[in-house]
Design a protein around this ligand. Structure first.
Ligand SMILES: [Zn+2]
Ligand SMILES: [Zn+2]
Length: 346
């Protein structure tokens, strides 16, 4: 098969012909229909992920067709159209047994713990519990674009934040995760206030359902601006960017008994931000993380897509060849577009 392979971190991946994967007894092989290009792939290529062993093939936002099935797999057959979460749970550890595969103790992550989907084929372990059947109406590019950003955002807003109709949802950072959260919050009946430093991204947030927006560069106090606009503070607030300042603002702008969800990654020297824990106590705030979404909870999200309540296709950026995907990967720190770029030709 053709695959994008890198031998060393930060060396440009090359397209090579490598042996086709074979299914493990608990796994399947997918013919990749489409795969998203994500900042996590860039972090991996830069050498920031200790799970990666060289040489390596990136890619974890996958949609495709089952072409081979391991001996122990019962639920899946060649020809099935599927996607899967970027964290696939082992099915045996206590977290998986409790239904929390997104925090499995022995997780399989294509494109990190194993070769990923910047290739014609990809092997998937733990297939029985982690594949998700795609509705016929959902094309591969849109399914791949759900990737980690849209699905993680869905979990953050609907499952961890538990936002309800009529509540105020504040979204800090209007990149791929934040714009997804705006769309999802609106679809669940929330009133959304979007926060960013870029007027173009805030305009996009309004198109996707934000009722009001705050440009942090244009107000003296972002927290006070959100509190004023929401009549006393947000019920649910997301740090969708992953930065000490947005994390602080997201906690500080909550009303009493509000819920903060940390979705944006806090890495390196930003991993331990100062938070207003005095307010967490005095206002009984709740703090959550969101780390992907378990496969068994996908039907709720897919149902909202099928019914038209959610339209993730609106967030798709460019459709790329495998060569174009390599270029998008290695230049990601220089050209951060707003849409989700997807490879659909291998
Ligand atoms: Zn597990
Ligand atoms: Zn991703």
């Amino acid at each position: 098969m053709r695959a994008a392979v890198y031998e060393q971190f930060q060396d440009r991946p090359e397209i090579r012909t490598v042996p086709d994967p074979l299914p493990t007894p608990d796994g399947v092989v997918l013919e990749v229909g489409a795969t998203g290009v994500c900042r996590s792939d860039w972090h991996g290529w830069m050498g920031h992920d200790p799970d990666i062993r060289l040489p390596h093939v990136p890619g974890h936002e996958i949609a495709g067709t089952v072409v081979a099935v391991g001996a122990d797999v019962r639920r899946w057959r060649p020809g099935d159209r599927v996607t899967l979460p970027f964290v696939a749970g082992c099915g045996r550890c206590p977290e998986c047994q409790a239904g929390h595969q997104q925090v499995c103790e022995q997780q399989f992550q294509p494109g990190f713990t194993h070769w990923g989907s910047f290739a014609q084929f990809v092997g998937i372990h733990y297939a029985e519990q982690n594949l998700v059947r795609l509705p016929d109406s959902l094309d591969f590019v849109t399914a791949a674009s759900l990737g980690c950003r849209f699905a993680t955002s869905f979990r953050a807003v609907a499952q961890q934040g538990r936002v309800r109709g009529g509540e105020w949802l504040a979204v800090h950072g209007c990149g791929g995760v934040g714009l997804s959260a705006v769309m999802i919050g609106r679809a669940l009946g929330a009133r959304v206030v979007a926060v960013d430093i870029d007027d173009a991204k805030l305009a996009r947030a309004r198109e996707l359902g934000a009722e009001v927006t705050v440009n942090s560069r244009h107000v003296p106090d972002t927290v006070q601006a959100v509190r004023d606009l929401t009549g006393g503070g947000a019920h649910v607030s997301l740090d969708a960017l992953g930065h000490p300042q947005t994390a602080f603002n997201s906690v500080a702008n909550l009303r009493r008994r509000g819920r903060h969800v940390q979705v944006g990654l806090l890495l390196g020297d930003q991993s331990r931000p100062a938070l207003p824990m005095d307010a967490v106590i005095a206002r009984e705030l709740e703090l959550y993380g969101s780390h992907g979404m378990a496969a068994h909870t996908y039907p709720e999200m897919l149902g909202m897509i099928e019914s038209g309540l959610l339209n993730p296709a609106a967030l798709i950026g460019e459709r790329l060849s495998l060569e174009g995907g390599i270029e998008a990967l290695v230049t990601m720190d220089r050209f951060a577009g707003t849409g989700v770029n997807v490879i659909d030709r291998f």
